[in-house]
Design a protein around this ligand. Structure first.
Ligand SMILES: NC(=O)C1=CN([C@@H]2O[C@H](COP(=O)(O)OP(=O)(O)OC[C@H]3O[C@@H](n4cnc5c(N)ncnc54)[C@H](OP(=O)(O)O)[C@@H]3O)[C@@H](O)[C@H]2O)C=CC1
Ligand SMILES: O=C(O)C1=N[C@H](C(=O)O)C[C@H](O)C1
Length: 270
């Protein structure tokens, strides 16, 4: 049994993570953390999530549950995730991180922590998206230098605060890597006004925000006369939550390192 704690347990993903861990026969819910000072501190986390009594009370800080978990699942904000990395490195815990929107400096800090604790970090925990990364690499190698323009389009709910999505960036990077391109050089994140014709090596990104869209990603390979689209549509956040619970069981007891969902799912190229 892996003892798992959930950070940000009252959030959109936090509530799903609580449910996924409670339903996972290989996991025990060791703790649930909400914001310090929140009126939710002290509430039974199962009741908070509409699942009935779980016997686990929401706390306002990791210190309160330090002996009750082995792996922390964190889908919050970049700043909170970095604070939790420091805590988990110091106290010998593993982490599963789904937080997106880390900047370059924050990403470097995460890499430094990965030398001290085992962590799974992935912008998308679904099986479908992680399989898509392999399909995208295959398509890019065949088409990317053969007259096909590559564009990434993503759509999410109105509350999402970062753009483009972590998944869109991950997909763009999978394509760029397969083609030997540097996404920092060839990624185009805005087109407005007299922006001129498209360069052949560009990888373009477009963002849609609205309503309750859970998460949709399409990579287009567009030539003159034809186009291929590889699309993933998430219709429930449970797909991410179940992936994260699985990752927590996988990462418990591993050597320090930065792992991803392709490691967890056994999808890495040889
Ligand atoms: N990798 C993946 O598969 C997926 C990743 N994500 C990513 O997960 C992240 C969260 O998304 P979502 O659930 O929609 O966002 P929400 O805003 O709904 O949830 C974030 C939660 O974290 C809490 N939180 C933030 N800081 C702290 C802190 N210091 N202490 C305690 N709690 C804290 C927030 O509390 P409060 O409400 O009080 O601010 C909130 O409850 C985003 O980066 C998103 O992109 C989302 C889905 C899938
Ligand atoms: O914020 C979200 O909701 C999601 N964020 C992740 C991302 O940025 O890629 C994953 C998923 O698409 C949902």
């Amino acid at each position: 049994m892996t003892r798992i704690a959930i950070m940000g347990a009252s959030g959109r993903m936090g509530r799903m993570l609580v449910q996924a861990v409670l339903e996972d026969e290989h996991a025990d819910l060791g703790g649930a953390v909400v914001r310090s000072g929140s009126s939710l501190v002290g509430v039974d986390i199962g009741e908070l999530c509409g699942l009935g009594r779980a016997g686990v009370t929401a706390v306002g800080s990791l210190d309160r549950i330090i002996d009750d978990f082995d792996v922390l699942i964190d889908f919050t904000t970049p700043a909170t995730t970095l604070d939790n990395l420091a805590f988990c490195a110091e106290h010998g815990k593993g982490m599963v991180i789904g937080t997106t929107g880390l900047d370059a400096e924050q990403s470097n800090q995460l890499e430094a922590y990965a030398k001290r604790l085992p962590l799974v970090f992935a912008a998308n925990m679904s099986t479908g998206v992680n399989l898509s990364l392999n399909l995208l690499a295959t398509a890019a190698k065949a088409l990317g230098d053969a007259g096909f323009d590559i564009e990434v389009i993503e759509a999410h709910h109105r509350h999402k605060v970062d753009a483009p999505s972590g998944t869109a960036l991950m997909m763009g990077r999978a394509v760029a890597d397969a083609l030997g391109r540097d996404l920092d050089q060839c990624g185009v994140f805005s087109r407005v006004g007299q922006c001129g014709p498209r360069r052949s090596d560009e990888i373009g990104f477009a963002t849609v925000r609205g309503g309750d869209i859970v998460g949709e990603h399409t990579v287009m390979f567009v030539a003159e006369g034809e186009r291929i689209e590889i699309t993933h549509k998430a219709s429930s956040r449970m797909t991410f939550a179940r992936g994260a619970a699985r990752a927590a069981g996988w990462v418990a007891g591993r050597a320090p390192g930065h792992y991803d969902m392709q490691d967890v799912l056994g999808l890495k190229h040889g």
